[in-house]
Design a binder for this molecule. Structure first.
Ligand code: C2O
Ligand code: CU
Length: 501
């Protein structure tokens, strides 16, 4: 690993879980101290989540070098097994998960449980909640998963997410009626690893070319942050600058569109699709030819059901949708927003119907397009009304020099922590001062968009847009808060939601 990032330096300086965390020294001279990942407050909060007779679900993950078949195309990459996505992990709300991770990679790694409101010391963020899992060593994650929903897991180490290291985690709701005949899991991904480069090299290239070296000739650059280096091919009418990297492949369930996965059903069946965008630099516009979709959940939480032709899904976002299957064979297309290329799966209810072409562009793609910020919370997901105790602005910015992304003008680990106290109602104001979209993610919490919007943990903030969200500070610790464009996060667009005692 020649690419020494600031994060690497941070890991070196804050190597031990405990009271010393990012922001722990900021309050010098004041009486506040940061609530550490393994502190008493964290442990007692976990204890309240554990019912007597709690069920334990165990699993193993072994990140390793692997050769993966993307559909007649073999790629050398890092993965959690023989396939990408990795193994599906599944439990019920209130269960305890015990996942033993054995690292046989050549680099330190970690596993983050994206969207789960878990105990802070199991959040999987080296330098903030744990030591990195060094090559040849292991770590067992052990936590209660309190809320049902569609989640995923991935490393929180460098740009490893942009390898084949991710998988879906479903927490079932034991009380949900489940009014559908089938469930399909749909994972969207942008792929570059093993195509003559690696994500680490891509990042290095972006840093040495000030953001204009996005590979593949796309030159998305800094998405219009300063004017130059913006490629037409990386612009989206909905998102402005749509990415920094033109990927050679876009995948649905680990397959390129010329060799798609088939999702089989019968005409008239109701299907619940659980959709995860596991991409690193690509928002996907998802549509199913010949069908409309009813959105029922986002980021695990129920929404007011909303019918749409297409969904625009940022990196790290999840949507559950219901569809009633028609008769035939239909393209389920995930178009790379603002880029050229798409992922595709085939939805088939008739064995005789002709397969859609890999380049199929169903008209639904340009029909009604919905974003997570357009949804309303279902009554059961609403955050109870309360006055706001503290407000934090997060100005999203960047500088072309050296491919540096910022929150409130600073790059991680030099960013100012967002200080909160347990019990507070916290308002976060994401203010995007760039010409590019950023999918912002808060660990360990699910926030509510103000004015009755959806409960979410990841949301798209469009260029020059301000989005306000509220959260209840009920999960003590130090929580990574960052852009889920993994290159932006690694290049500084990250801070912590930092509980103080
Ligand atoms: Cu998928 Cu820090 O997140
Ligand atoms: Cu970003």
């Amino acid at each position: 690993m020649t690419n020494i990032t600031r994060r690497t330096l941070l890991i070196g300086s804050v190597g031990v879980t405990g009271a010393l965390t990012v922001g722990g020294l900021v309050g010098c001279g004041r009486s506040r101290t940061a609530v550490g990942a393994g502190s008493a407050a964290v442990l007692s909060t976990e204890a309240t989540r554990r019912p007597t007779g709690q069920r334990v679900v165990t699993a193993q993950l072994n990140p390793r070098a692997a050769s993966i078949d993307l559909g007649g195309l073999s790629m050398a990459t890092w993965a959690y097994g023989e396939t990408v996505p990795g193994p599906l992990l599944r439990a019920s709300a209130g269960d305890r998960l015990r996942v033993a991770v054995t690292n046989t990679l050549t680099a330190p790694t970690s596993v983050h449980w994206h969207g789960i409101a878990l105990r802070n010391d199991m959040d999987g963020v080296p330098g903030i909640t744990q030591k990195p899992i060094d090559p040849g060593t292991g770590f067992t994650y052990d936590f209660t998963a309190p809320e049902p929903g569609t989640y995923f897991y991935h490393p929180h180490s460098g740009v490893q997410l942009d390898r084949g290291l991710h998988g879906v985690l479903i927490i079932d709701d034991p009380h949900e009626p489940g009014q559908y005949d089938q469930e399909w899991i749909v994972v969207l991904d942008d792929w570059i690893d093993g195509t003559g480069t690696t994500p680490d090299e891509v990042l290095k290239n972006l840093q040495t070319t000030n953001g204009s070296g996005g590979m593949g000739g796309g030159m998305g650059g800094m998405g219009g942050m300063g004017g130059s280096g913006i490629g037409e091919s990386m612009q989206s009418p909905l998102l402005g600058g749509a990415g920094d990297i033109a990927y050679p492949h876009y995948l649905v369930n680990g397959r390129i569109p010329t060799s798609p996965v088939t999702l089989a059903g019968k005409p008239g069946q109701r299907v619940r699709m659980r959709v995860v965008n596991a991409g690193s630099d690509t928002a996907f516009r998802l549509a199913l030819g010949g069908h409309r979709m009813t959105v029922t959940h986002t980021d695990g939480y129920p929404v007011e059901p909303a019918v749409t032709d297409a969904l625009l899904i940022g990196m790290g976002e999840r949507f559950d949708v219901l569809v009633t299957l028609a008769d035939g064979a239909f393209p389920l297309v995930a178009a790379a927003e603002g880029k050229s290329g798409q992922g595709m799966a085939v939805v088939r209810t008739s064995p005789a119907a002709a397969a859609p072409a890999a380049t199929a562009t169903p008209s639904e793609l340009t029909g009604r397009v919905m974003l997570g910020t357009d949804l309303l919370a279902a009554a059961s997901s609403a955050l109870p009304d309360r006055g706001v105790d503290t407000t934090h602005d997060l100005v999203l910015g960047g500088s072309m020099a050296g491919y540096r992304w910022t929150l409130n003008g600073k790059s991680f680990p030099d960013t100012d922590p967002l200080e909160v106290r347990q019990g507070q109602r916290v308002r976060l104001r994401f203010r995007n001062h760039t010409m590019m979209f950023h999918p912002m993610h808060v660990h360990g919490h699910t926030f509510a968009l103000t004015a009755g919007g959806a409960r979410k943990d990841t949301l798209i903030v469009r260029p020059m847009q301000t989005v306000e969200v509220d959260l209840q500070a009920d999960n003590p610790g130090q929580w990574a808060t960052h852009c889920h464009n993994i290159y932006h996060a690694e290049a500084g667009m990250m801070t912590t939601l930092s509980y103080q005692s």
